[in-house]
Ligand binder design. Structure first.
Ligand SMILES: [Zn+2]
Length: 400
């Protein structure tokens, strides 16, 4: 235990000297963002900033292991991808390309650079496995591809740590929270087909548009009649499409896309069945045919309670206040790691533009965490590593 306290002290001291350089890295990454699947230039920049060769993973991703080269390791993840958002922050290092780091991934990458560089020369008890993960914002999931490469077994990963900036958490505080903190996210596609025709003669045609309208309105009812109101779940329709822009043609096809969010395995299993039933019976009532496809996405994001206790203790030890858990029906593919090893996602409070009560949200063209965010994310990652070492050795949480 005292060894870890000493490691913590030296690591934090080294972090202080690395942070200035990390801020520069953050600005460079922010100015040149790349979309999911096209993150190669970002990986190259991070690799150069780390100053050590990394190995390729999941196409555009990278990883590197430092500390003991054999035995168990602790995985620290940062995401590489940006979003198709036109930046409106007005800062000197704003992206001019119509792509933007509007989810703070530039901050996470810079923090991971600082953490790994600061660890050089320290006597780490377990391997530190830094992973630059591609495609967090899109499918196919980059996390799933990292796992599919065999990294978790090859490197004997004993725990995985993630940290994500969050404007809903007070600045200077970190929200962990045991159990489910994000939802499972699956995609629903419903396609209705029937005989279209003339809008003036609906009696001679089937009408997929009317059927689709009833399905859209019926989906919240399906949730209400399938899921206990004590368990968070929702289905939201994000896209409907039917026919050409014509007022008097009844189209022969209509389609919707919806996201299904659940927090309990029972609901994740039962809801698709009930959605299918609604779609098929509504279609039947209108004389059209329904095809329902459910594409599985991320599982629930589950923070391991034993790991959370230890992370919170190290955060307090560091002078960071662990705060109320940040639970939502958002989703993050970091959850795939949590299916295999104990993991924790730390939501790190950051100051952003806007009012304290109504801060600029993630994915917004003006979302820009202040510089301090880099150090706060780095400290959360180090707290996570130390907690994972304790968990591996079955040591009790440190006393703050
Ligand atoms: Zn994100």
């Amino acid at each position: 235990m005292s060894d870890l306290t000493e490691l913590h002290r030296s690591w934090f001291a080294a972090l202080d000297t690395e942070l200035e350089g990390a801020l520069e890295v953050r600005r460079r990454l922010h100015a040149d963002p790349h979309l999911s699947g096209q993150e190669e230039p970002t990986s190259l920049q991070v690799e150069a900033a780390l100053g050590i060769p990394m190995q390729r993973i999941a196409e555009t991703g990278r990883f590197v292991r430092t500390g003991p080269s054999d035995g168990p390791s602790v995985l620290l993840r940062a995401e590489l991808d940006a979003l198709p958002v036109t930046e409106a922050t007005g800062v000197a290092f704003a992206s001019p390309t119509g792509r933007m780091h509007a989810c703070g991934h530039d901050v996470h990458l810079a923090a991971l650079v600082a953490v790994v560089r600061a660890a050089a020369g320290l006597d780490l008890p377990l391997g530190l496995l830094a992973v630059l993960q591609p495609r967090e914002e899109s499918y196919p999931s980059g996390a799933l591809d990292v796992i599919g490469s065999g990294l978790i077994t090859d490197e004997q990963v004993s725990a995985a740590i993630g940290a994500h900036v969050h404007p809903g958490v007070p600045p200077g505080q970190v929200a962990t929270g045991a159990g489910v903190v994000n939802a499972a996210a699956d995609e629903i596609e419903i396609v209705l087909t029937g005989d279209g025709g003339h809008g003036a003669y609906p009696e001679h045609a089937a009408d997929p548009v009317a059927a689709l309208g009833h399905i859209v309105l019926g989906l919240p009812e399906v949730v209400r009649h399938t899921v206990s109101p004590m368990r968070p779940a929702t289905v939201s329709v994000g896209h409907v499409q039917a026919g050409e822009p014509s007022a008097n043609v009844l189209p022969s096809q209509a389609r919707l896309l919806a996201t299904m969010r659940t927090t309990d395995a029972r609901d994740r299993e039962a809801l698709p069945r009930q959605v299918r039933r609604l779609a098929e019976h509504q279609a039947m009532a209108y004389g059209v045919h329904a095809e329902v496809r459910i594409t599985a996405g991320e599982p629930v994001l589950y923070n391991d309670p034993d790991l959370v206790d230890r992370v919170d203790a190290w955060l307090e030890h560091t002078g960071v206040e662990p705060t109320e858990p940040m639970r939502s029906l958002g989703a993050d593919d970091f959850s795939f790691f949590g299916e295999l090893v104990p993991s924790v996602m730390c939501f790190v409070g950051v100051r952003v533009a806007g009012h304290q009560e109504d801060p600029t949200p993630l994915h917004h063209p003006r979302f820009l965490p202040v510089d301090e965010a880099v150090g706060d994310v780095a400290r959360a990652l180090v707290a996570g590593y130390l907690a994972a070492v304790e968990l591996h050795h079955r040591q009790p949480p440190t006393t703050p």
